[in-house]
Design a protein around this ligand. Structure first.
Ligand SMILES: [Zn+2]
Length: 185
């Protein structure tokens, strides 16, 4: 699925350095040097949410089970302290699990809801091997030359899940230049 914009699969020139060695960000993520430069992560269009909600649920239920076992032991052995402690532990784990699973679900929902908006900005973007920057041919749908970090921040922000950029990800602190997004009617 190439951009529908006419004319330039061949001969795209980087507006930053004039280089012609450019690839779509999609190709660059799996292309040469992707591993060394960590392009796969740096050009990522969205958070990778696969199944951790389920794992959190299982963990939470195991802890809840421990609490119930403790409470049961307290009843069996007539130790009210165990019973109370076990019940409290079970309740904390139960509600804690629901809170975590719900927040996982919310993040996943945000990721899915923003996917189309992310792709609109991400798909047409090109990565230049000459100056390791990202741009869009013709300056649409966004203009200028960005670092991969600024680009990722732009895509994630517009998609509505920039809050899911992980601590330590340079994109989290990237500053976007003004007017990257053109006025489009
Ligand atoms: Zn360049």
């Amino acid at each position: 699925m190439e951009t529908e914009r006419a004319g330039e699969p061949a001969g795209v020139v980087c507006p930053g350095c004039g280089g012609v060695e450019v690839r779509t960000v999609e190709e660059a993520r799996g292309g040469k040097g992707a591993m060394r430069e960590d392009l796969h992560g740096r050009l990522e269009p969205g958070p990778n949410k696969s199944g951790d909600g389920c794992l959190h649920f299982v963990e939470g239920m195991v802890l809840t089970g421990l609490g119930i076992a403790l409470a049961y032991m307290g009843v069996e052995e007539d130790k009210p302290l165990y019973t109370v402690g076990g019940v409290v532990l079970a309740l904390i784990c139960l509600f804690g699990t629901f809170a975590v699973v719900r927040s996982d679900g919310r993040e996943k929902f945000a990721a899915e809801a923003g996917q189309a908006r992310a792709e609109r900005l991400w798909k047409p973007a090109r990565y230049c091997y000459g100056c390791t920057s990202v741009f869009c041919p013709g300056g649409t749908p966004w203009q200028g030359v960005l670092t991969p970090e600024q680009f990722k921040k732009l895509v994630w922000t517009e998609a509505g899940y920039a809050d899911q950029l992980q601590p330590g990800d340079k994109a989290k602190d990237a500053e976007l230049p003004a007017n990257v997004l053109q006025e489009r009617s």
